[in-house]
Design a protein around this ligand. Sequence first.
Ligand code: FAD
Length: 528
Amino acid sequence: MTTVVIGSGINGMVAAAELARAGVPTVLLERADRIGGFIAADPERTVPGFLHDTYSSWHPLFVSSAAFGELGGELAARGLAYSNSETAVTASTADVQGERRTSIAYRDPARTAEGFASAADRDAYLGMLEEFGTRAPTIFGALGAELGSAPVLGKLGWKAVRGLKVAGVEELARDALTSARSYLRRKFTGWEVDALWTPWGLHSGLGPDHATGGMMIPVFAAAMHQFGLPIVTGGVQGFLTAFESLLRDSGVEIRTGVEAEEIVTAGGKVTGVQTSAGLITADTVLASVSPGALYGTLLARAPEVATQRKSATSYRPGRAAMQLHFALDKPLQWEDEALREVPLVHLSDGSGSTGIACAQAEAGLLPSSPTVVVGQQSVVDSSRAPEGKATLWLQLQEVPFAPIGDAREQIDTSGGWDDAELRQRYVDRVLDRLEEFAPGTKSTILGTDVIAPTDLLAANPNAIAGDPYGGSAELDQNLRWRPFPGAAEHRTPIAGVWHIGAATHPGPGLGAGSGHIVAQRIITRRTR
Ligand SMILES: Cc1cc2nc3c(=O)[nH]c(=O)nc-3n(C[C@H](O)[C@H](O)[C@H](O)COP(=O)(O)OP(=O)(O)OC[C@H]3O[C@@H](n4cnc5c(N)ncnc54)[C@H](O)[C@@H]3O)c2cc1C
């Protein structure tokens, strides 16, 4: 019997590859005309000769994942190669009351700490990383396990108590229930650590005031010191080519341009998938779709999931995002020359400006001073642009999907993101902000590509309301409760139907956690 994987994002690709390599006949269905989901490299987004990663670009989560452990060698044999920085990895820069503040993280934690003004903060930073080392087995154990299962949770808790003792578990729980802002205020007196790491919370869908931020700050810091920010050498097309070759060599039947329309069931069991190109008989289905699509559309006729269907209607998207690409005549001329070597810079002072921008976006307003994620891929991979030139990848993660106004009261938002003028004026705001730190940037632009929140949704139906992360990551929809209680174990009430993807534990990003967890569960069951 066949296993059908619906959706070829990172979780779908990993699951299909692992299942097929274990001998399970597998079909990978994708409605788009290419595989990859939010991994894409459309040629010529700006100007010929410039290689842009259309959506995701940074692979620390993939190279540190269990899936990479399983498939990394096979992908490397098919041409996957990474470029990374061995020195500066990320930085934040801001103007605070006329004072220019820049903080840089290097691969070396000690060198990073040397940049903090306060001796106490330097010690506290290294202490935080040391403490993280003791917590890592518990945190990664939780991120890689079926947290929705009470027995699994019990085992994890028992292991945590053995490793950390009761007091250590309590302290970890306290940090996990704390926001990034509160955690950092408790631990540090200066501004540097907050400026550096709070904006990283945005990359997992969190704002500075969301619970779990306190636990995630050391995760981001430790991950970037250890793994840096690898990008695919030559652009993510190399990743997709290697993956497609691995899938085909493993025997996966890839069917692009085919949409799953219904998961067919009988007597509480899956029997097949009705697609835009006909029926596929199957005894197992992994669906990498939104909860609304799974329970409300694909399983719309299954009475067994009535409770889940109801819960899915109140599953919330997070903030929307925008992705901007530029071809530049020369690399960014940062006033602070140290930033010219940093692959990814945030324009943010930490929980101050990022907190305000998040609050404005949550209120439906275009932020007055958005956090700008400035990706300079050419710094570590010269093949991304012709000699002497550069690519620029700007990401905005504090954007309302349906803006009701502008926090500066300058831009008319009544036409929504389909209004070309609204897009242009907001892009101008972002570029003006960049000009404060890298003057002259606008005059070096050779080509521009704007991906608005509505474009994200048009490209991928999983990006409900333009949310790049498949649903808000606030604690009530995260960890043991992702996507919601009663559906967090990837299994569904229909025998043989599994839910994977960013909307399921352990959430978004390229770590492929849900695809790997579910594939391994199925393989273990079959070989038992
Ligand atoms: C702009 C942007 C930048 C990002 N940057 C990074 C980054 O640098 N690093 C990082 O780790 N993460 C990043 N992320 C997040 C990361 O890309 C996503 O969390 C991850 O790719 C989601 O993977 P997924 O497996 O959930 O599937 P998706 O990528 O969401 O893919 C799901 C696929 O399923 C298909 N599909 C849906 N319904 C059906 C159906 N009924 N039938 C057939 N096919 C269907 C869709 O067409 C889509 O191709 C970024 C996201 C965005 C949007």
